[in-house]
Write a protein that binds this ligand. Structure first.
Ligand code: 13P
Ligand code: SF4
Length: 311
């Protein structure tokens, strides 16, 4: 406990010294969430990154999140605790493959909508970015006379199509964490807790989404559980979300949605970040996110379009 307190104090002192802001995604470990200046979903984090006046942005999340912060803050230093913190979903749509696909299907004149879980290179090829928190609104406002290509998440894309009725061609990518939840694993836990509501992230498969009382972004899970009459919830997303819910919605019970293999689900990339790595990246201002300027400028257009459309 003493060690933990020491390192927390060290981080807070370094943060002040470096004029830094610490942003953390809802999937970060509890210790990181507890000392961050802001904890939220990809949408809230993007707004915070765009509005901060700190000199150094420390992004406790995964690589594409740090990149998004850098895209809108070219003159600031953006660091992440671990450069290896990638994302299977982002990796499922490399920019060169998307570029080749668009060249091959030029006749479609695609309007490209990219879920924020993608690289700066993919953002540079997109017309607009969406997050799970604003995808429905942004897809609804997409030009009616264009074919839409939605990348990279086929499950989130399918959910958006169901909800908006808008036809889209879907890139066949997915999040390795969310596809681990299955109809059987959720049915089993539901039988154990018959009074609990099932709240699932839209990156889950159709079979799992069909079992959910609510499908929403991680941030909306908070307001949903707070406002619902139910007092227990099965949370079908990455395990870090449980910490945030238990902290901010006291008095209610949160049960992690299990997979076939284990009682809950960790994202191995999100969980690479530790307090020690957070302290070191503040101290050394490294590892730093660097994006070639031509790509950054193009990516900024689609990110800014999202920020304008979703407020
Ligand atoms: P949100 O927190 O924006 O819902 O996204 C979840 C996610 O998978 C981030 O990697
Ligand atoms: Fe990527 Fe899935 Fe991890 Fe989110 S939970 S960072 S989508 S691998």
């Amino acid at each position: 406990v003493t060690v933990a307190t020491d390192i927390v104090e060290e981080i807070l002192a370094l943060k002040k010294e470096r004029n830094a802001v610490i942003l953390a995604h809802n999937y970060q470990v509890g210790e990181i969430q507890d000392l961050a200046d802001y904890v939220g979903d990809s949408l809230g984090l993007s707004y915070h990154a765009a509005e901060t006046d700190a000199e150094l942005i420390v992004f406790c999340g995964v690589h594409f999140m740090g990149e998004t912060a850098k895209i809108v803050n070219p003159t600031k230093t953006v660091v992440i605790p671990d450069m290896e913190a990638g994302c299977s979903l982002s990796d499922s749509c490399p920019a060169d493959k998307l570029d080749a696909f668009l060249q091959e299907h030029r006749e479609k004149n695609y309007y490209v909508i990219a879920y924020i879980n993608c690289s700066a290179g993919v953002k540079a090829l997109a017309d607009v970015i969406v997050t799970s928190g604003n995808a429905l609104k942004i897809v609804e406002s997409a030009p009616k006379d264009r074919n839409i290509l939605f990348v990279p998440d086929q499950n989130l894309g399918a959910w958006v199509m169901e909800k908006t009725g808008r036809k889209m061609d879907l890139w066949q990518g997915n999040c390795y964490v969310h596809v681990e939840f299955t109809r059987d694993s959720i049915n089993k836990i539901r039988a154990e807790y018959p009074g609990a509501e099932v709240v699932a992230h839209p990156e889950c498969t159709y079979a799992v989404r069909m079992l959910a009382d609510e499908v929403c972004s991680t941030e909306k899970m908070l307001s949903y559980c707070r406002d619902s009459k139910a007092d227990s919830f099965i949370i079908v997303t990455e395990s870090g979300m449980l910490h945030r819910l238990r902290r901010e919605v006291p008095g209610k019970t949160f049960i992690p949605g299990p997979t076939e293999l284990c009682a809950c689900n960790d994202c191995r990339y999100m969980k690479l970040n530790t307090l020690e790595k957070l302290r070191d990246c503040l101290d050394y201002r490294s590892p730093e996110i660097i994006i070639p300027e031509d790509i950054r400028v193009k990516a900024e257009r689609s990110v800014r379009r999202m920020l304008e459309l979703s407020c």
